[in-house]
Design a protein around this ligand. Structure first.
Ligand SMILES: NC(=O)c1ccc[n+]([C@@H]2O[C@H](COP(=O)([O-])OP(=O)(O)OC[C@H]3O[C@@H](n4cnc5c(N)ncnc54)[C@H](OP(=O)(O)O)[C@@H]3O)[C@@H](O)[C@H]2O)c1
Length: 322
């Protein structure tokens, strides 16, 4: 099978797709013929040695995929050969075949394309956990989403609306903001041209901030929180990890809450499965609609990764397998 291999940490442009032996099926696992795999910012950080989890070499990156089950271990009763599935693989998805835990594999309906399924679980899973379990977002509150047209950002815009919030989308271009509006955002802020603090305050402030950007955006955004507000720390796509003056937390009784979805799914698998069922129901009834920014064949992974790193992605980038 063909797969993207990471033999040592290096800039993503120095990695390559190689022929590898197809992995063996093991107890509790399924073998999937991969049709599409979602690209996430952490995949790129990981092969460059910039992510908190550093797997042993060599490894195949890629945390999520969709495809068709090719083989099922004897002890897996609920899945069968031929099922269309989405899978959270943790690693290994940027390959033509993946062997993954049956527990991390869910059937998808005929309504869901393989590309949508590959662009779905990680971003909606992260954002739903962030808003529901960490942000305690309730109907009628105002949610500010930074990097709102990116992978996790656009999922958050949709989930925020589904949970009954007023959603302020902040992004760096008019084109990105138009996509946020099409996915339900109530208010739009171009934080490249506008002062985000003034713009959000003019809208009455925020109860919850979803922050996958960090860098110079976090602090002015945090200053717009209302009394009892929650700032959700998702990631640092902007580059720098900001250092926040703690008096901001004191003055308005606000909480800075970390969100590490991958670790939580292992600590509380039951609640994670409930979340995933609820998100799947939202897809089935049309409440959420994953957007594929672009698709690239596996061999063109460098162009796919560049789309994220050059700040061009709007929704999710996916890799497709022949
Ligand atoms: N905590 C968790 O459990 C978890 C789970 C998944 C992802 N994450 C993190 O969430 C962040 C976003 O991931 P993603 O997959 O959604 O990425 P993405 O699609 O590339 O979105 C990131 C957004 O950040 C903004 N950005 C600002 N400065 C940037 C820069 N220098 N380079 C790239 N983007 C920049 C961009 O929006 P504008 O151009 O509009 O500013 C972009 O749309 C990453 O830091 C990732 O590690 C965390």
């Amino acid at each position: 099978m063909k797969a993207l291999i990471c033999r040592e940490f290096a800039p993503y442009s120095e990695h390559s797709v190689e022929d590898m032996p197809t992995p063996e099926l093991k107890k509790g696992m399924v073998k999937i013929a991969v049709k599409a795999a979602g690209v996430n910012f952490p995949d790129i950080l990981q092969i460059q040695g910039q992510y908190q989890m550093k797997p042993a070499f060599p490894f195949i990156p890629g945390a999520e995929c969709s495809g068709v089950i090719e083989a099922v271990a004897e002890d897996v009763p609920h899945l069968k050969v031929g099922d269309r599935v989405a899978c959270l693989t943790s690693l290994g998805a940027f390959a033509e075949t993946v062997v993954a835990p049956a527990m991390a594999t869910m059937k998808i309906s005929d309504k869901m394309s393989f590309e949508s399924a590959a662009a779905f679980a990680l971003v909606y899973g992260t954002s739903y956990y962030a808003l529901k379990q960490r942000g305690n977002l309730v109907k009628g509150e105002t949610l500010l989403v930074l990097g709102a047209a990116g992978g996790v950002g656009l999922a958050t815009v949709e989930l925020g609306k589904a949970m009954g919030a007023t959603v302020i989308a902040a992004a760096s271009t008019a084109e990105k903001l138009a996509i946020c509006k099409a996915h339900g955002a109530d208010h739009l802020i171009n934080y490249k041209d506008e002062n985000i603090k003034d713009a959000v305050k003019a809208l009455g402030g925020a109860d919850v901030i979803y922050d996958p950007v960090g860098d110079k955006v976090s602090e002015p955004a945090m200053r717009t929180l209302k009394w009892g507000g929650r700032h959700l720390v998702i990631g640092f796509a902007g580059g720098e990890i900001p250092k926040i003056p703690l008096n901001l937390a004191l003055l308005k009784s606000i909480d800075i809450r970390g969100v590490f979805w991958g670790a939580w799914t292992l600590r509380d698998p039951k609640a994670h499965q409930t979340n995933m069922r609820e998100i799947m129901d939202m897809f089935e009834n049309g409440t959420i609609n994953p957007r594929v920014s672009n698709r690239y064949p596996l061999e063109a992974f460098k162009a796919a990764f560049a789309e994220l790193m050059n700040r061009k992605a709007m929704g999710k980038v996916v890799l497709t397998m022949a």
